[in-house]
Design a binder for this molecule. Sequence first.
Ligand code: ATP
Ligand code: MG
Length: 584
Amino acid sequence: MKWTQAHIFTLKEAPADAEIPSHRLMIRAGMIKKLAPGMYTYGNLALRAIRKFEAIIREELDKRGCVEILMPMVHPKELWEETNRWTEMGAGLLKFQNRNQQWYCLGATHEEAVTDYIRHDVKSYRDLPRTLYQIQTKYRDEVRPRFGLMRGREFSMKDAYSFDIDQAGALKTYQVMYDAYRAIFDRLGLNYRIVQADAGNIGGSQTHEFQLLADAGEDSLLVGDSSDFAANIEVCPAIDAELHVSSEKELKPIEKFATPGLKSIGTLSKSTGIPPKELVKTLFFSGNDDVESKDKELKPFAVLLRGSDTINPVKVKNLLGMANPPQLLTDEEVKKVSGAWPGSCGPVGLTIPIYLDNGVSGLKNYIVGANQDAFHLKNVNHGRDYQPTKVGDLRMAQAGDKCPSGKGNLQAFRGIEVGHVFYLGTKYSSKMNASFLNQEGKAQPIEMGCYGIGVTRTVQAAIEQCHDQDGIIWPLAIAPFQVHICVLDPKDEKVMNASQALYAGLQAQGIDVLMDDRDERPGVKFKDADLLGMPLRIVFGKKGLDNNEVELVVRKDKQVKKVAPDAILRSVLEALQNLKPSPR
Ligand code: ATP
Ligand code: MG
């Protein structure tokens, strides 16, 4: 494509709300434009990268026997009610009525739609296994859309769904998809990790996330320093580097003492001289602990953990079998439940369920709030002074903790979730009555899995991982154009002819080329070429040609090679070969 015909408008500055490098670069390169919060028009450069990524996905899935379909993006309420997700998905599902006052939602994910599709077709075990996929626009009414395509409301996802006759088959398919995802992300040549993850409200028991490593990533990952253990912090088991077990033998009698103004663990620790890891804090939440329940009333409960630890709401959700992570109570609600304002609350005398983090179970004779403003209790002990409903792992693991693999410690990384594979079992098929007749002629629910890739998120995440101070450095596999020709003197016939010859020569080889044929200063062209970040840049100028030279510049390291004009086509093809990621 020639720049003078392309619709490319680069900017010197990005708007203030573009907070992370990839967002700023995409805006500055004119690749995306905001229509409304979380909704973007993809310019031609972005669309080219998206299409290339889609092609890689299609190739790897088709090769493994997956079948592409396309489902509607508007779904009737009744379908989502079959699984109770009309309620469970909460405000993330954008709901609206049509002219006949019938309710619909925009597809945020397609488990219901695809299960409805399959239940009408599949009759017998002979019709299985199957894996269906689509690449489609999703809509999720994210509370805070941000970072451009990273967290959009409208975004493109590849979602696949597998159907098997039994668990063994489903787990085999899971592995096929896992391998397909590895092949897909390997082809991009990006630095990623596969981590254990939470199933969110998709459900299911076995699940892995594919995370591109980047400082701006929204996910916290913990990775073993001496093993291949890797988990999203949401589900990473917490094992202290050194477990503190109280040295006290006796359970001492409870004492109440005045603590005016001591509302935080910090101030309480300073005043008592007891380190935060030996103090106990009480947090109050509400949530529905029964996933199946249609009862929308939220029930309050308390969680106790050491003063030095951080609560992990996803672990609380999982321990209690809730559909969504619990919500912290407001100060007023805490006062109503405990009798005191936050900062003076504790477990003794509470009538609501109390959940205890493992870290507290080793403590004895500890201090908690007295449920009376400005008072605390000392020498409190679980079992004697209050009964926990359940004890479990409810805190965040952190870097330096023992690795759950048993070898070494944990290290922290930031990641961008670009893909997610789930084994679902019969969660959807049993609720939606999607069954098949087995060899004995008995009806059985279909075993399912689902597999997502954030197509638009991945394209931006690639930029987040591959850029420098001057602009984007596209991975070859999804570069909008592999080659960028800068024509420095477009009015000079010799220069234009030589540029045109390479342009045509590369196109004949099926290579995407952008030719900057604008009547602009070289500085402007070089700046734009750096910003747009195509892997190879070829510079044709009058001076160079007079010396029988063309410049070939590799964007990644800005290495410059001078090549004779008649050897340039071959040199470009060679350089492109060298840029391909080496297989794992
Ligand atoms: P997140 O935790 O980031 O909200 P999720 O776990 O809810 O994502 P999934 O339901 O697993 O997302 O969706 C599959 C993939 O779709 C994700 O791995 C991610 O790459 C992409 N994705 C999800 N939400 C968004 C979004 N708001 N904008 C862009 N891509 C998204
Ligand atoms: Mg996910």
